[in-house]
Every structure is written in C-alpha cells, then in structure tokens.
Write a protein that binds this ligand. Structure first.
Ligand code: PGA
Length: 260
C-alpha cells in the first residue's frame, strides 16, 4: 500500500517570521489529527534557509516532516551556492523535491541531472519527491504520455528495486501549476494509472503499488476531494494553497478523509 502524503511546496515564498509561524500552525494542527490512524503523512518544503529551524519544530511528530526543494548531485566541494544531500540530511530534513518543473524550466535540470540528484538523495538517505509532468504543448499535441514516460525512464534509470520504494513520484502537469487550472480528476487518474503501469513494467507490480504518486497543480480545498478520490492518486504536492495554514490544514483534513 502506498503511503498517503500531503506535501506543501513553498517555493521562494515567505519571510522568516511568517515562515516559522506557518510551520508552527501546521504542526499544531497535525497534533490533533491522528495522522497515524489514517496512514497519512504531511511534508512541508520551505526555502533552504529555514530548513533547520523548521525541522526542529516538526521533530516531535513522526507523521510531519520537512523537505528541501532541491539538492546537488555532487557530494561537496567547489560548487558555490549549492547545498548537498548530506547537509540537508544533517539538519533533520527527511525528503527533497527533485525535478520540479520550475527547476527543469529555469535552472537547467535535465532528465539526466535529475537522475543523478535522485540517486544522490537515495544514497544519503533522503526521500526523493521526484516530479514529472508535461507542458501544455505536449498535452495539446497528444504527446503527454511520451514525455512523462521519458522523464520517468530517464529520471529513475539505474535505480535498484530495493531503492525505488524510497521514492515518491509527483505528477504535475506544467500547464496546471500556479495557473488556477487543474487537470480534471479523469485526466489525473489517467496519468497516475499510466505512471503506475510504467513503474510496474520497470520494477514490478507489487513495488509499483507501494510507490506514492502525488498529484500537483493548483490543488485547493475546493477541488481536492475529487482529485484525491481517484484510485491512483496517493496525495498532493501543493504550491499556492500551502502558503496559508487555513487552506493547507484543510487539505490535510480532506486528504486524511478521502485518500485510500
Ligand atoms: P500550485 O503549485 O499548487 O501553486 O499550482 C504546485 C507545485 O508547483 O508543486
């Protein structure tokens, strides 16, 4: 059974005081939610500068953890501005978002580079939240499955069966990110089912059933119920709606109730 996960990707948002307040508000909310009874996990991915402080706040709750938004494929050395997987791990962080479409679009994260980062994260004991998703153009010209298959095949190349269970996959159609437009529940299910079949083919079907596949792209309390209700949707990777305790906590509540 795949774990149910509600993850918030803050991107480059929130000043220090509001960031810490928001982590505390989510942590307080999670305390009363019996997340373990619902096999649900909550992850917050704040900007790197807040990781250490945030992970101290969440350290008491085993169902609530902190993720980085990126890390280097290198172990360390002369790479100005980069942060290694070990450094991230050292400050109590448990996961890392890799291959997000904004990294692919603006920072040159190719399938090959994302693959190196995923392997490095696994080697250092982090959970990679590995993102894939097609551009609007790919959706319009009917190539969306091909594009996502290539991202999965190349991004997870060389990863062993014993390691893949550590990976969380996030399907985020680029045309739905920050646009207010979401994939319909049918479109989401179609792609999640496709991804699960591909994972079954590349690894095996028991492993594929255990891998959490999150949907991302304008998830909000008013559309989450239908999206989370799809059989192959195991949770959400949430951007905009994770920046307010009210909406993010509501998404946690919905996830707990609806995700199966
Ligand atoms: P969004 O972002 O919810 O604001 O569309 C999702 C993401 O980029 O992870």
């Amino acid at each position: 059974m795949a774990k149910k996960i509600i993850a918030g990707n803050w991107k480059m948002n929130m000043e220090h005081a509001e960031a810490i307040l928001l982590v505390k508000e989510v942590a307080d909310f999670c305390k009363g939610q019996d997340l373990h009874l619902h096999d649900t996990e909550v992850i917050i991915a704040p900007p790197a500068i807040y990781l250490q402080e945030a992970s101290k706040i969440t350290s008491e709750n085993r169902r609530l953890s902190i993720a980085a938004q990126n890390c280097s494929e290198q172990d360390g050395g002369a790479f100005t501005g980069e942060i290694s997987a070990t450094m991230v791990k050292n400050v109590g962080v448990e996961a890392v978002i890799l291959g997000h479409s904004e990294r692919r679009q603006f920072f040159g994260d190719t399938n090959e580079l994302v693959n190196l980062k995923v392997k490095k994260a696994i080697e250092k004991g982090l959970v990679p939240i590995f993102c894939v998703g097609e551009m609007l153009e790919d959706r319009k010209n009917g190539k969306f499955k091909e594009v996502v298959a290539e991202q999965i095949n190349e991004g997870l190349k060389g990863i062993h069966r014993t390691e893949i269970q550590q990976v969380v996959v996030a399907y985020e159609p680029v045309w739905a990110i920050g646009t207010g437009e979401t994939a319909s529940p049918e479109q989401a299910q179609e792609m999640h089912g496709f991804i699960r079949n591909l994972l079954a083919k590349n690894f095996n079907s028991a492993i594929a059933m255990d891998i959490s596949i999150l949907y991302g792209g304008s998830v909000k309390p008013d559309n989450a119920r239908e999206l989370f209700g799809q059989p192959d949707v195991d949770g959400g990777l949430i951007g905009g709606a994770s920046l307010k305790a009210e909406s993010f906590n509501e998404l946690i509540r919905i996830g707990k109730e609806v995700l199966r």
